[in-house]
Write a protein that binds this ligand. Structure first.
Ligand code: PEP
Length: 251
C-alpha cells in the first residue's frame, strides 16, 4: 500500500525568526503522526536552518529547484550536490511558476529531474494544465507531454524513485481547488498512462495533488483512490493549517 506524503512549498516566503516558529510548530505538531510522511521545501538560504531544526524528527526537508548542471560558471544557480550537503531529501522540479516565469521547458525540467536523482535526491515532478488548456480540452495531452519528457529521456524506471505532483495551474494560489473528482480523474489518467509502460511503477508511484489545498478540503482530496497526499503552498506557512493537513493524511 502506498504511504501518503504531505510536502510544504514555502515558495519565496520566510525570514529566520518567522521560520523558527514555523519549523518548531510543524515539527512538534506532526511528531506523533506516524501514518504518513511529511516534508517542507524551503528557500535555499534556509536549508541549514531547516536541517538543524528538523533533524532527528519526522519532517524531511528539501529545495524548490536546482540547476541541471553539476558545477561551473552558472552565476546564481544551486547544484544538486549542494543540496545534498544540507541533507535534503527532496527537490521540487518543474513547478508551474518556474515553467511560466523562468522559461523552464519540458527538456530543462527533465534534465533537472535527472540531476536530482543522480545526486540521490527524490524529485517531486510537477505537472499540470493552465485554465485555457483545461477549457480547450487538452488537460490530458499537456500532462502526458510533461511526463513523457522524463520517460523518454530516462525511462519509466526513473519514476520509481520520484514523486509526481499534479498541480492544475488555475488552482495554484487562487483559492480555487480542483474538486476531488476532477483531481482524481487526472491522477487516474497519470497512473494508467504509467501502467502502459510498467504496471509496478504505476502502482507504487506517489502522486500528490497541489492547488489551494486547505485544512478544510484536504481530507476529501486525500480520500480519493489515486491521490497519495498533497503539495501545499500557502497553507504550509501557517502551523495549524499545515499540521491539520498532515493529520488529514494519516491512514
Ligand atoms: C504550490 O505552490 O505548489 C501550491 C500548490 O500552492 P497553493 O497551495 O498556495 O495553491
Amino acid at each position: 500500500m502506498r504511504r501518503k506524503l504531505v510536502v510544504g512549498n514555502w515558495k519565496m516566503f520566510g525570514r529566520l525568526m518567522k521560520n523558527q516558529a514555523l519549523l518548531q510548530g510543524v515539527s512538534e505538531g506532526v511528531r506523533q503522526l506516524k501514518g504518513a510522511d511529511f516534508a517542507v521545501c524551503v528557500p535555499y538560504p534556509y536549508l541549514a536552518q531547516a536541517q538543524s531544526m528538523l533533524q532527528g524528527g519526522n519532517v524531511s526537508w528539501g529545495a524548490q529547484n536546482l540547476s541541471q548542471f553539476e558545477e561551473g560558471a552558472y552565476t546564481g544557480e544551486v547544484a544538486s550536490g549542494m543540496l545534498v550537503d544540507f541533507a535534503c531529501s527532496y527537490a521540487i522540479i518543474g513547478h508551474s511558476e518556474r515553467r511560466a516565469l523562468y522559461g523552464e521547458s519540458d527538456e530543462i525540467v527533465a534534465q533537472k529531474f535527472a540531476a536530482a536523482q543522480q545526486a540521490g535526491l527524490t524529485p517531486i515532478l510537477c505537472v499540470g494544465e493552465t485554465l485555457a488548456e483545461r477549457e480547450s480540452g487538452v488537460t490530458e495531452a499537456v500532462v502526458a507531454r510533461q511526463l513523457d519528457a522524463v520517460i523518454e529521456g530516462f525511462g519509466v524506471a526513473a519514476l520509481a524513485r520520484a514523486v509526481v505532483a499534479y498541480e492544475p495551474v488555475w488552482a495554484i494560489g487562487t483559492g480555487k481547488t480542483a474538486s476531488p473528482e476532477q483531481a482524481q480523474a487526472v491522477h487516474a489518467f497519470i497512473r494508467q498512462r504509467m501502467a502502459k509502460h510498467d504496471a509496478r511503477v504505476a502502482e507504487n508511484l506517489c502522486l500528490l495533488y497541489g492547488g489551494s489545498v486547505k485544512a478544510g478540503n484536504a481530507a476529501e482530496l486525500f480520500a480519493m483512490p489515486d491521490i497519495d497526499g498533497g503539495l501545499i503552498g500557502g497553507a504550509s506557512l501557517v502551523v495549524d493549517d499545515f499540521v491539520a493537513i498532515c493529520r488529514a493524511a494519516q491512514q
